[in-house]
Design a protein around this ligand. Structure first.
Ligand SMILES: Nc1ccn([C@H]2C[C@H](O)[C@@H](COP(=O)(O)OP(=O)(O)OP(=O)(O)O)O2)c(=O)n1
Length: 129
């Protein structure tokens, strides 16, 4: 793959282009329908879940995980991301734009002031009333 960007600077748009090239080079565009991609995405979410299955709660940062476990985790997270990027593209959705818009909607739905107030510390995100 010619245009693989330096790791630290990858964008959703670059991942979109890479997935497009990957599918074209293998003549796999015929298989990358929205439904197929959604099923593939859900399958990868299942593989991601398996990594955490039966472990109980795990500490943030996964400090006690072996390096190979973290590498595996990175692979499954990447599969989810790549299928999500490809699914969005095949549905004609600009994922970056949509995500930024959703972040704005979230901020309106969950106003900062409510959650900044220490007296409201028991308010959960799903119980704003
Ligand atoms: N038709 C396909 C098949 C694969 N991929 C790409 C996207 C994913 O990043 C990765 C998924 O590959 P596998 O189906 O081989 O899944 P895993 O890498 O998880 O392998 P396994 O299920 O054996 O653990 O390859 C794709 O774009 N289109």
């Amino acid at each position: 793959m010619a245009g693989v960007p330096p790791e630290a600077h990858v964008s959703l748009d670059q991942l979109k282009q890479i997935m497009d090239e990957f599918a074209k080079e293998r003549d796999w565009e015929q298989f990358h329908s929205p439904r197929n991609l959604l099923l593939a995405l859900v399958g990868e979410v299942g593989e991601l879940s398996e990594i955490f299955q039966w472990k109980g709660e795990v500490p943030k940062g996964l400090l006690d995980w072996k390096e190979e476990e973290k590498v595996h985790l990175g692979e499954e997270l990447s599969d989810v991301l790549l299928y999500l990027v490809r699914l969005s593209d095949m549905c004609g959705v600009d994922l970056g734009k949509a995500a930024l818009r959703k972040v704005q909607l979230n901020a309106v739905k969950y106003p900062k002031k409510v959650y900044e107030d220490p007296s409201s510390s028991t308010v959960s995100p799903n119980n704003t009333n």
